[in-house]
Write a new protein. Structure first.
Length: 400
């Protein structure tokens, strides 16, 4: 079974609206986190994008080409990849913030970067170091971007990996790529295998394990895990592969979404309406963190320190990513669409705050992550489709 050319930039700065939440709670006064954290949100209906500065309480509306872009933060945090699959478009938005280990610089105003790709049906994004990859489902190619040249190169470099399919790449620390492979052994569009290739698409390590279908991937630089019908397909940097079997209780269900928490150094498997699981590389086992048929979302915060769980009844939990103990648990006002995914809420979390979008009424709510206390509501000119954090968590600006 299948698991579920040119940009015109017009900036209109307005103040954020800080108002009562739907329970009548007053917004609280806080010292917001580093002045270099930004939120980029796409719009459900319009081609506008919204740049939000929570620290200063400002919002800028930026014109783009297409509505409802899917957003992915670049490895450095400075850029956000904006992908529109049906329009064959992959572009990048620059926060204007250059981060270093202990500080950040304002390098310019928020704007679109020069580099873009017109690959056929771009879908999956993966970044590590200076390199970023977008898999193009329509023709079985990968578009390769470099953060260092996003303002100097007009087009992405694209190379073929073989048969077109709904696929995904993942980068290892040595610059090689684990990429899905369609061998045609199943009738659906999902791939069945994974092989290791170089940055030109040449095979370095052939697939050794055939699955009944693959979806979802995450890696730590040395190992990449892929969700598959039989369990979790483990692919190591040296090309060796193994299969971590599903628990017997799964039946014909399987994990189609995998997350990696960089700070906590743990892999998480998530299945909406079923549960969230730790994938233990040392023992090659899948352990239950929680099973609940109301669970609808799971995401790590920006640093990969805390795991955020969201339920269909509005319950939100913040878990410690190291031991999965509960830090905070609270029912929040979250607006879910009556049917379909249009206007569905999305979630991003930084060092101190959790942000939840309302794609029905056009706002983003901000909560303190440590206790899920309401902070403020950000009213947007449109309706948010997706969100991504960008910038840097540094708390000061060093001049040099």
């Amino acid at each position: 079974m299948i698991k579920k050319g040119f940009f015109l930039v017009a900036l209109a700065a307005v103040m954020l609206v800080s108002c009562d939440d739907d329970n009548g709670n007053e917004p609280i006064e806080i010292d917001t986190e580093g002045q270099f954290v930004r939120i980029l949100a796409s719009d459900v209906e319009a081609s506008n994008y919204y740049v939000i500065n929570p620290s200063e309480g400002t919002l800028e509306t930026v014109a783009g080409q297409y509505a409802a872009g899917r957003l992915y933060t670049s490895p450095s945090g400075r850029y956000v990849s904006v992908i529109n699959t049906s329009e064959n478009s992959a572009a990048f938005f620059d926060s204007g913030i250059e981060g270093h280990e202990d500080h950040a610089h304002i390098k310019g105003t928020p704007k679109w970067a020069l580099t873009k790709s017109t690959g056929n049906r771009p879908v999956h994004f993966y970044g590590r170091g200076d390199n970023m990859l977008v898999f193009n489902d329509g023709d079985g190619t990968i578009s390769h971007f470099k953060e260092s040249t996003l303002h100097s190169e007009a087009s992405a470099r694209t190379f073929s990996i073989g048969t077109a399919h709904h696929g995904a790449p993942a980068l290892f620390k040595n610059g090689t790529i684990a990429v899905t492979q369609k061998d045609g052994s199943t009738a659906w569009t999902l791939p069945e295998r994974v092989r290791v290739i170089d940055m030109d698409g040449n095979e370095l390590h052939a697939s050794t394990i055939q699955t009944g279908g693959i979806h979802g991937e995450a890696g730590n630089g040395e190992t990449v895990l892929f969700g598959c019908v039989e369990g979790i397909l483990r692919v190591n940097q040296d090309g060796t592969q193994s299969l971590i079997a599903n628990p017997a209780s799964f039946g014909d269900e399987w994990i189609g979404s995998i997350l990696y928490g960089a700070e906590s150094e743990v892999f998480i498997g998530f299945d909406s309406g079923r549960g969230v699981y730790e994938i233990d590389l040392a023992t090659e086992t899948i352990e239950v963190i929680e099973e609940n048929d109301k669970l609808v979302a799971a995401t790590f915060d920006w640093e990969g320190h805390n795991l955020i769980l969201v339920y269909s009844d509005g319950l939100v939990k913040v878990l410690d990513g190291h031991g999965f103990t509960t830090i905070a648990s609270k029912n929040l006002e979250i607006n879910f669409p009556e049917s379909g995914s249009t206007g569905a809420p999305t979630y991003v979390a930084s060092e101190e705050f959790l942000y939840i979008s309302d794609g029905i009424n056009g706002s983003i709510s901000m909560y303190k992550k440590e206790n899920l206390e309401f902070v403020s509501r950000i009213d947007l000119p449109g309706k948010p489709a997706r969100m991504a954090l960008m910038g840097n968590l540094a708390h000061d600006d060093h001049e040099h």
